[in-house]
Design a protein around this ligand. Structure first.
Ligand code: ADP
Ligand code: MG
Length: 248
C-alpha cells in the first residue's frame, strides 16, 4: 500500500483533453498517482472513465494537456513503445488471442517485444499463472476456460511485461457473479504486493477494502478525488450523491 509523502508521482495528468469530433470526452482532467497507490475510478456511464485510462497508455491519444508516466512524456507518436512497456492494461472483454494457448498468450509479448528466450519466458509465465491460480490450464485455449479464468490469464499476460502501472477497465463487468470474486482476489493480492493500480470498477467492496483514493468522474472531468471513507460516507458533489444513492 501507498505511504504518503515518500516519492515522486508515477502518473501525472494535467489538464488532459480528448475530443471525438466536436464532442469533448475529457474536459481538462488533472490528477496524479504515487507509486504503490491503488486508485479506483467510478462515475456514470459515458463520463469519460474508459477514455481517460486509455489515454494513459496511449490507446487513445489525448489532444490537450499533458500526461507523464514514470518520467516519460506521452506526446504524439513518441515514446509509445516505452509507455506500453511500463503500463499493463486489462479490459472488460479479456481480449485474449483465441488461436494461442494460455501459455502462448502470456509469453507472446515478452518473447516478441522484450526478446526474452522461450525457456525463460515459459518459466516466468508459469510462475505468473500460478500466482493467478491457473497454472494447470496453461496448455488450454481461451475458449476452454471460464470467463473468470480468462480474465486471470489476461492479468498474468499484462504482468508478464513487468509493468510499473496496471490499468483495469471494469475487469469484472462481463463476469458471472460467482466468478467476480476470483478475479477481485487476484487484484487484491496485486494491490498488496505494491503494484500501482488505476481501476475503473463499480465493485464497492473492492474499493472500500483496497483503494487508497477514489476518483469520481462526471461529464468528462474528475469532480471528487478523495479517500474511500470520505467518498462513501460523505460525498460532496451532487452527482456523486445521486450516483451512490443508485448503487448502494
Ligand atoms: P465511460 O467509460 O465513463 O462509460 P467513455 O470514456 O467510454 O465513458 O466515453 C465517454 C464519452 O465519449 C461518451 O459520450 C462516449 O460516447 C464518447 N466516446 C468514447 N469513445 C468514443 C469514440 N471512439 N468515438 C466517439 N465517441 C466516443
Ligand atoms: Mg467505460
Amino acid at each position: 500500500m501507498y505511504t504518503p509523502g515518500m516519492a515522486e508521482p508515477i502518473i501525472v495528468a494535467q489538464d488532459v483533453q480528448k475530443h471525438f469530433g466536436s464532442f469533448q470526452a475529457l474536459r481538462g482532467v488533472s490528477m496524479s498517482v504515487q507509486p504503490g497507490e491503488v486508485v479506483v475510478v467510478i462515475g456514470p456511464s459515458g463520463s469519460g472513465k474508459s477514455t481517460f485510462i486509455r489515454t494513459i497508455n496511449a490507446l487513445d491519444p489525448h489532444d490537450g494537456g499533458s500526461i507523464v508516466v514514470d518520467g516519460i512524456p506521452l506526446d504524439g507518436a513518441r515514446n509509445l513503445d516505452a509507455i506500453r512497456r511500463e503500463v499493463g492494461m486489462v479490459f472488460q472483454s479479456f481480449n485474449l488471442f483465441p488461436h494461442l494457448t494460455v501459455l502462448e498468450n502470456v509469453t507472446l509479448a515478452p518473447t516478441r517485444v522484450r526478446k526474452t528466450g522461450k525457456a525463460e519466458a515459459d518459466k516466468r509465465a508459469l510462475e505468473l499463472l500460478r500466482r493467478v491460480g491457473i497454472e494447470e490450464q496453461a496448455h488450454k485455449y481461451p475458449a476452454q476456460l471460464s470467463g473468470g479464468q480468462q480474465q486471470r490469464v489476461a492479468i498474468a499476460r499484462a504482468l508478464a511485461m513487468d509493468p510499473k502501472v496496471m490499468l483495469f477497465d471494469e475487469p469484472t463487468s462481463a463476469l458471472d457473479p460467482e466468478m467476480i470474486k476470483e478475479v477481485l482476489d487476484v487484484m487484491k493480492e496485486l494491490a498488496r504486493s505494491g503494484m500501482t493500480m488505476l481501476v475503473v470498477t463499480h465493485e464497492m467492496g473492492f474499493a472500500r477494502e483496497v483503494a487508497d483514493r477514489i476518483l469520481f468522474f462526471d461529464q468528462g472531468n474528475i469532480v471528487e478525488d478523495t479517500t474511500p471513507e470520505a467518498f462513501y460516507n460523505n460525498p460532496q458533489h451532487e452527482r456523486a450523491k445521486a450516483f451512490l444513492s443508485k448503487i448502494l
